[in-house]
Design a binder for this molecule. Structure first.
Ligand SMILES: C[S@@+](CC[C@H](N)C(=O)[O-])C[C@H]1O[C@@H](n2cnc3c(N)ncnc32)[C@H](O)[C@@H]1O
Length: 262
């Protein structure tokens, strides 16, 4: 199955002072490292013409772009949608933030191929109340369908099943399986071999075969280094420098008792 709309809200792991307390994402659900997110085989489920709508976090725009590129998309705008968080009474929320009090979140748009917009009247800003931790306004899904039409679509890292959408995530009954990208494609001439991503179990241990080989190589080189030190030390004790030999001769001479008395 390939999708023409992919909506994704990754469980970014980032250094957040809130993570030290009880408010950070890490206390609410499992998070993934950047390489783990990048490695997901999103290119394998994207249609030739596909729109990616990706929620990103303001302190990590570069990481968001890395994900866009790793998934084979080209950025169109960092602000496809801007969600203005309100209270349930419709007032602007007064939230925590890194520099200013953050009361918006952004969803970037990126494309693969040339997906067609079918409605030019879809607005960017969504005013919607804050839900439970990290929950995004359902209106995003409706606006995406208005924008792109009733095309095959999927929500990644979803937390609820939604009619008309396939879903994938740890906290929902997923409609598809999503693996990791294989990167052992033929090497470009003269290019370096890229690490092959090992089957991924969400453990955060992403070293792969190359990592294991690297560890083995490090142990081996340490052993070689240690042995060469031992060998050098033992041969040095057997062989001495001319100066040492000279001082030994002097000592031996001065140690001759029959000469000392004259
Ligand atoms: C930012 S939340 C998504 C919130 C969602 N957009 C909503 O509106 O409710 C990220 C989600 O990714 C899920 N997740 C974490 N690790 C995952 C993994 N290895 N595979 C799939 N989903 C994962 C988390 O459990 C969490 O539900």
């Amino acid at each position: 199955m390939s999708y023409e709309i992919i909506l994704a809200d990754p469980p970014w792991s980032y250094r957040d002072s809130a993570n030290a307390g009880k408010r950070g994402a890490v206390h609410k659900y499992r998070t993934l490292s950047l390489p783990e997110i990048c490695a997901l085989d999103v290119p394998g489920i994207a249609a030739a013409n596909c729109l990616l709508a990706l929620w990103w976090v303001p302190p990590m725009p570069e990481e968001a772009l890395q994900v866009v590129r790793s998934w084979g998309f080209t950025l169109k705008t960092m602000k496809g949608f801007t969600w203005h968080k309100t209270t349930k009474h419709g007032k602007s929320h007064f939230r925590m933030g890194h520099w200013t009090r953050a009361n918006t979140e952004d969803c970037l748009f990126a494309v693969r191929g040339k997906p067609k917009r079918v409605n030019a009247g879809v607005r960017q800003v969504i005013e919607a109340p804050l839900g439970k931790h990290s929950t995004k306004p359902p209106e995003v899904r409706e606006r995406l369908v208005r924008l792109m039409g009733d095309v095959p679509r999927i929500e990644l890292f979803a937390r609820e099943a939604v009619p008309g959408w396939d879903v994938w995530g740890l906290e929902v009954e997923s409609t598809i399986e999503l693996g990791v990208q294989r990167t052992d494609k033929p090497r470009p001439k003269g290019g370096k071999r890229r690490a092959r991503v090992i089957p991924w179990a969400g453990t955060g241990d992403f070293r792969g075969k190359n990592g294991q080989f690297g560890a083995f190589l490090a142990v081996f080189l340490t052993l070689v280094d240690f042995c060469s030190h031992v060998l050098r030390a033992s041969s040095a004790s057997r062989r001495s420098t001319p100066r040492e030999r000279c001082s030994r001769r002097t000592t031996a001479r001065t140690a001759r008792p029959w000469k000392r008395g004259g």
